[in-house]
Design a protein around this ligand. Sequence first.
Ligand SMILES: CC(C)(COP(=O)(O)OP(=O)(O)OC[C@H]1O[C@@H](n2cnc3c(N)ncnc32)[C@H](O)[C@@H]1OP(=O)(O)O)[C@@H](O)C(=O)NCCC(=O)NCCS
Length: 165
Amino acid sequence: MPVEIVELNKSHNRSEFDCGAESLNLYLKVTAHQAQTKAKSKTTVLVHPESPKRILGYFTLVLAVVPSDDFPPPYCNQYKNGLPGVNLARLAVSLECQREGYGALLLVKALEKVLRVSEQAGCASCFVDAKNGAQAFYQKFGFIPLLSDPNRLFLPIKTIKALQR
Ligand SMILES: CC(C)(COP(=O)(O)OP(=O)(O)OC[C@H]1O[C@@H](n2cnc3c(N)ncnc32)[C@H](O)[C@@H]1OP(=O)(O)O)[C@@H](O)C(=O)NCCC(=O)NCCS
């Protein structure tokens, strides 16, 4: 059955979501909606049209600037005042449907949104904090580890554009 990817709203059942990582469950339960109301972040959820309140996965985007000395050449030289971009602050899929391609689907959707930001404002990259050993997941899509912390990765906007073609 086709799934839907929509903006988080109050009708979604946030408290039942379980991806196996407590910090990511807690963020959705406690913080995501409030942070969105205050325009601090934007959360998008994956649902089945037949049970539209049940969240199967989600991601959260936040604007960010990362210091240039965190980046390998040529980025550290090209962006002396830091790289502006969008932070994929959270990405999680419910335990019941992990490894069915939904994480990849959500990531592609998130990158589409990053590309749209880049069409309207300065945005040179997508950043991510790979939690729970998820670096390999992001590296599959071309994300590159930052020098300061291999659990932090980035995907340059040029690569995102190429992926979307
Ligand atoms: C990490 C997570 C988002 C991946 O979502 P998913 O729906 O299970 O992954 P997909 O089925 O879309 O997998 C896409 C590809 O990535 C691979 N993959 C999935 N999880 C991976 C992981 N943790 N490490 C390395 N590769 C992974 C899959 O094998 C698949 O590869 P393939 O295309 O060669 O078969 C999901 O497992 C999850 O929510 N985990 C718990 C929370 C978490 O760790 N989130 C990371 C946030 S930073």
